[in-house]
Design a protein around this ligand. Structure first.
Ligand SMILES: *Cc1c(COP(=O)(O)O)cnc(C)c1O
Length: 453
């Protein structure tokens, strides 16, 4: 018998491992699949480990898999719109909307007539009002909104004019030139990286031009010898040439950002007032809603986009529409503070400080050297990249706490700076403070490697 087949036999059976694991809290097919993969991995090893070690390996694989399951975390990064953490935390109105729509709802039913009706009419109306637009429509995300607009306006004339200073990459997988190419548009770059003038656009307009596009630079900014064309000037040129101007705003601030960001983020209504035909932006950035793309502007353009067969592939489900409805109603009522994104961004330092003092006091008995620190929060999500928002942190030692805190019942995501593990309270909801304290306790007292499922 070869050494190989001896080892193969030494790998335990799936059943034996399953019995050793005992009761499971993951669906059995998932567990069996993980056991099989783990045993297959052992089969490739030079020396097959002891049975107990094999079972321990399987438990570790199960725990790693369980960690990839979607679950709540506490955001202590100070980055409010954190794409890795699900972007905008939803408001009470949005949550209520989701709950109300989860069962049967009047999604496409006119309750006065008892007949089939259009979808999303109310939330589109509300969004249009919020954006100062004639009409609005919703897609699955901001990228989808842009693609829909690009495809529509370049169907007859394929060229899209865009400044070389706006050919940006937003985040994972969103690069403006690639989105243009994927939409079937022909990109016509104008100006230079740092300077684009109105004359650059004027000179580039030709019989094949279908659209002028302006893209918010999102996560970067330019300084020095720079020039760009404002939406108003560009809209005037577009009107003279009978071309639409579409502005991809990225964030779509529902209200002024000046007070907390120290800089002005153009709002959809401002850009539309300047004459853009359409704006598009994400639902889950500064608007603080669910993942969605908003298109707002001229009624005839919005209606035409909605008639595109491709729109059907991009439409939102009822939960998103209901969450957006709740979000927009709060903004329209002027109750911006009901939205966690807005509340976090505009929260005053004194109340953050009070919470930090209370938390540090609660951690006094633990060997963590907890203390109140100064931090800097950011809007995130490619919004206001220059804004550094003063914030308050809870700082603990050692820095290695970072990994332990991610193992807490509600994982805490903070950051390490100056040899300390830091939690920025601006992005922690006040009602999460108790859980945060519990997580610190858990990190000090729990086993290093909780091996249970
Ligand atoms: C974020 C962003 C997008 C992409 O929006 P998603 O909703 O993430 O698809 C597009 N354009 C700009 C300028 C952005 O900032």
């Amino acid at each position: 018998m070869t050494a190989d087949s001896t080892q193969r036999r030494a790998v335990p059976s799936v059943d034996k491992v399953l019995r050793a694991l005992g009761p499971l809290d993951q669906p059995r097919p998932l567990v069996v699949d993980i056991v099989r993969r783990e045993l297959a991995r052992l089969r490739l090893l030079r020396a097959v480990p002891e049975f107990e070690d094999a079972v321990r390996g399987v438990r570790r694989a199960l725990r790693d898999a369980a960690r990839t399951r979607i679950r709540p975390v506490i955001n202590g990064t100070g980055i409010v719109i954190h794409t890795n953490l699900g972007r905008a935390p939803l408001s009470p109105g949005a949550l209520k909307g989701i709950q109300d729509a989860a069962g049967y709802c009047n999604l496409e039913m006119d309750l006065s007539e008892g007949k089939r009706a259009g979808r999303a009419a109310y939330v589109e109306r509300a969004l249009a009002l919020l954006c100062g637009a004639e009409a609005a429509a919703l897609t699955n995300n901001g990228a989808a909104a842009l693609v829909l607009a690009l495809r529509h306006f370049t169907a007859a004339k394929p060229e899209v004019l865009i400044s070389r200073g706006e050919l940006v990459q937003i985040g994972g997988g969103f690069r403006v030139p690639e989105i243009l190419a994927a939409s079937g548009a022909v990109m016509r770059e104008v100006g230079t990286t740092n300077r684009t003038t109105l004359a650059d656009y004027t000179g580039a307009i030709g019989p094949r031009t279908g659209l002028l596009l302006q893209v918010h630079r999102s996560n970067f900014f330019m300084e020095g010898f720079v020039a760009s064309v404002g939406a108003g000037e560009l809209a005037a040129l577009a009107a003279r040439k009978r071309l639409p101007l579409v502005v991809d705003l990225g964030s779509g601030a529902p209200c002024a950002t000046d007070s907390w960001a120290g800089e002005h983020e153009p709002t959809p209504s401002e850009i539309l007032k300047e004459g853009a035909a359409l704006v598009c932006f994400s639902g889950d950035k500064l608007l603080g809603g669910p993942q969605a793309g908003v298109i707002a502007g001229k009624a005839r353009h919005v209606a035409a986009l909605k008639r595109e067969p491709f729109f059907r592939a991009l439409r939102c489900d009822k939960l998103v529409l209901a969450a957006m409805q709740g979000t927009v109603e709060e903004h329209l009522s002027g109750n911006h503070a009901a939205n966690p994104v807005q509340a976090m961004l505009s929260c005053d330092l004194a109340s953050l400080k009070r919470r930090a003092v209370r938390i540090v006091r609660a951690l006094r008995e633990l060997p963590l050297h907890a203390r109140v620190g100064e931090g800097t929060a950011q809007a995130g999500g490619g919004t206001l990249p220059r804004a550094r928002i003063p914030s308050v942190t809870v700082d603990c030692e050692p820095a290695e706490l970072a990994a332990r805190m991610r193992e807490a019942p509600t994982p805490i995501i903070g950051y390490v700076a100056g040899q300390r593990f830091r939690v920025d309270l601006r992005t922690v909801l006040p009602e999460q403070d108790r859980e945060l304290i519990a997580a610190f306790r858990h990190a000090v007292t729990a086993e290093a490697e909780p091996n249970q499922l």
